[in-house]
Design a protein around this ligand. Structure first.
Ligand SMILES: Nc1nc2c(c(=O)[nH]1)N[C@H]1C(S)=C(S)[C@@H](COP(=O)(O)O)O[C@H]1N2
Ligand SMILES: [Mo]
Length: 327
C-alpha cells in the first residue's frame, strides 16, 4: 500500500524563507552524491539570520564580557587569537529547517574555548546563563553549564580563513548539540545573568533547541526521473549533534518502509559533525512512481520515526521521503 507522508512541510523557517532547491532533471546525467563533500565550502554553507549580515570593522570591534562577573573585560580580536586555540569539525543546522531541506552544512572551525574566557572574568555564583548580544540586534542565551563545556567554542576561522561576513565575522559561538539559534554570529557583548529570554524564544521557539535525530536525502531530488534497469546512488546526510550518541546506521526503503537496506556511511568525524551516506540501488526496469525513504539509528538505539513533527517550535522529526519516478 502506498503511504503518503505525514509531515506537512512548512514554507517559512525559523529565520527566514526556505527556498526550494531547484535541481535539473538528472535523467541523462550520471547520479551524483549529495552532499558531495564532507566539509561544505564556505561559498555553499547555508546562511540564515534575522536581517542583513552585519559588516564589522575589526579595528573598531570590541567584545565586552560583563554582568555577574568578578572582573569584566573588553577584548579585541587580537586578544582572542592570542589565546590557546583549537580546530574542530562542526555541523550547523537550522531549527526551522523542514525535514530534508538544506539548512545544514559542515565546516572546520578554529577558535578558543568559551570557558577559558569565562575563567578570566570569573562568573559570580548567581550567574546561571550566558547571554550573547550581536551586532544585528540578535540575542540568545545558553546555560552557564553548557558554556563551560570544553566543546563550546568562540570561532574566528572557518575552513582556514577568517569567518566570512555572512557567518559572523569576527567571532561567533559554536554550541555543540544545539540548533543554529544557539550559535550566535557577530557577537559584540557577552553578559552573565540569572535568566534571559532570547530573540526566538520570545517568538515561540524552543529555548533549549537540542538538535533532533534526522536524515536528509540529497539524491534523488524531489520529482527526479530515474532511469530504470541501472544502478542509481541514493545519498544524503544524517545528524544528531551527539544528542543520541551519534549516528550508528542509515537505512533506505523503496517499498514504503516495509523493508530497509543499510546504506554505507562514507564520511564521518565526531558526532558533532554530520555523516554522509550512500546506497547503490539496482533500479527496476518498470516505469512507475517511487517513494524513497531514509532513516537513521543512533548509538543509543533510537531509530527515527515515520510520523514526524513540523519544525515549529522544537525542530522537525520524521523520515525524509522523496517522490520520484522510474522512467
Ligand atoms: N547574530 C545572529 N546570529 C545568528 C542568527 C541571527 O539572526 N543573528 N541566526 C541563527 C540561526 S537561526 C542560524 S540557523 C545560524 C545560521 O548560521 P550560518 O548563517 O553561519 O549558517 O545562525 C544563528 N546565529
Ligand atoms: Mo536557524
Amino acid at each position: 500500500m502506498k503511504r503518503r507522508r505525514f509531515i506537512k512541510l512548512s514554507a517559512i523557517s525559523a529565520a527566514g524563507l526556505v527556498l526550494p532547491i531547484q535541481l535539473e532533471g538528472q535523467a541523462d546525467a550520471a547520479p551524483l552524491l549529495k552532499p558531495g563533500t564532507f566539509v561544505t565550502p564556505n561559498a555553499d554553507f547555508y546562511v540564515l539570520q534575522i536581517g542583513d549580515p552585519a559588516k564589522l570593522d575589526v579595528n573598531t570591534w570590541r567584545m565586552a564580557v560583563i554582568g555577574l562577573v568578578e572582573k569584566q573585560q573588553v577584548l579585541r580580536l587580537a586578544d582572542i587569537t592570542a589565546m590557546e586555540s583549537l580546530t574542530v569539525t562542526r555541523t550547523l543546522k537550522c531549527i526551522g529547517d523542514p525535514i530534508g531541506t538544506e539548512q545544514m552544512s559542515n565546516a572546520e572551525w578554529k577558535g578558543v574555548r568559551l570557558r577559558d574566557l569565562l575563567e578570566k572574568v570569573g562568573p559570580k555564583p548567581e550567574a546561571k546563563v550566558v547571554v550573547f548580544r550581536c551586532a544585528d540586534d540578535y540575542h540568545t542565551a545558553i546555560p552557564l553549564e553548557d558554556a563551560m563545556q570544553a566543546e563550546t567554542i568562540l570561532a574566528y576561522e572557518m575552513n582556514g580563513v577568517p569567518l566570512p561576513t555572512e557567518h559572523g565575522f569576527p567571532v561567533r559561538l559554536l554550541n555543540p548539540g544545539h540548533y543554529g539559534t544557539k550559535n550566535p554570529k557577530w557577537i559584540i557583548n557577552i553578559q552573565l545573568a540569572e535568566a534571559h529570554e532570547s530573540y526566538w524564544e520570545k517568538r515561540g521557539w524552543d529555548p533549549i533547541a537540542n538538535v533532533k535525530l534526522a536524515t536528509m536525502i540529497g539524491t534523488p531530488s524531489e520529482g527526479e526521473k530515474i532511469p530504470g534497469g541501472k544502478v542509481y546512488t541514493v545519498s544524503g546526510a544524517a545528524f544528531d549533534a551527539g544528542n543520541h550518541g551519534g549516528i550508528k546506521k542509515v537505512e533506505v526503503s523503496i517499498d514504503y518502509g516495509e523493508t530497509w537496506e543499510e546504506a554505507e556511511i562514507w564520511a564521518k568525524d565526531t558526532p558533532l559533525a554530520w555523516v554522509l551516506w550512500k546506497w547503490e540501488w539496482q533500479v527496476p526496469e518498470n516505469a512507475e512512481p517511487v517513494e524513497i525513504y531514509a532513516r537513521a539509528t543512533a548509538h543509543n538505539g533510537l531509530t527515527q520515526d515515520e510520523i514526524g513533527i513540523e519544525a515549529d517550535p522544537v525542530g522537525a522529526t520524521g523520515y525524509h521521503i522523496i517522490d520520484a519516478s522510474i522512467v
